[in-house]
Write a protein that binds this ligand. Structure first.
Ligand code: ADE
Length: 223
């Protein structure tokens, strides 16, 4: 898989992808991630990429020309073009799985108050938001999407652990609480059933506690 990220802050997008599991996946050529500076496609002598909105309104928008030039240079027939924006579809594990099946992602990062809508209308396959809050720009959001997608690629999780058995594999249930040793710590004991070796009872305990956790933290998932 190849991922190109076009942003005003390539170092912000790449920093979280330069350590641990994702660094190793990149080193093993499971994925190639390339950050690009949007200003490199500006025709302006001051390398400007933004302008004020037509019809008035707050803030600045990314101009269409540099984004069109970037996409036209980087896009291939199989490319999925994604725009990171708080106005996008919510990013979920199901979308991560879907994107992990693609050969080439081209991720555009919004900045300022957004991007000229002609970019969305003609270049972008999908507008994606990582949550209902506003970041200063899309570079961190792009890193979040890349991390969630890359860890699903075959071979990325070095330990044999499957990404299937975890929260959001079933999108209606969070994972159950988990404990490790010592079995008693500052007077706090690991639930006895987990030490019993009784797989049926352990399974039932996990189901019950996954449900309780979901009810407490994410009641919306149970609706
Ligand atoms: N850019 C700014 N905020 C964002 C968000 N929540 N998701 C995606 N891109 C963004």
């Amino acid at each position: 898989m190849r991922i190109d990220i076009v942003t005003l802050f390539p170092e912000v997008a790449l920093a979280p992808l330069s350590d641990s599991i994702i660094r190793r996946a990149r080193a093993a050529a499971i994925v190639e991630v390339v950050g690009h500076q949007l200003r490199d496609w500006s025709e302006d002598k001051h390398r400007r990429v933004d302008d004020s909105p037509c019809g008035g309104g707050q803030g600045m928008l990314l101009k269409p020309e540099p984004l069109f030039a970037a996409v036209e240079e980087l896009r291939r027939p199989e490319t999925r073009v994604i725009l990171m924006t708080p106005q996008g579809r919510p990013f979920k594990q199901a979308m991560a799985r879907e994107l992990a099946g693609q050969e080439h992602l081209l991720i555009l990062c919004g900045h300022y108050e957004g991007v000229d809508h002609r970019v969305v209308e003609t270049l972008v396959d999908e507008e994606v938001s990582i949550g209902d809050y506003v970041l200063t720009n899309g570079a961190l959001a792009a890193a979040v999407v890349c991390d969630a997608v890359i860890r699903l690629l075959p071979g990325a999780l070095g330990d044999e652990r499957s990404p299937l058995d975890e929260s959001f594999s079933d999108p209606r249930r969070l994972e159950a609480p988990a404990y490790t040793r010592p079995v008693e710590f500052r007077g706090l004991a690991v639930p006895e059933v987990l030490l019993s070796g009784h797989h049926g009872k352990i399974h039932a305990w996990k189901e019950e506690n996954a449900l309780a956790r979901t009810r407490r933290n994410r009641p919306d998932l149970l609706e």
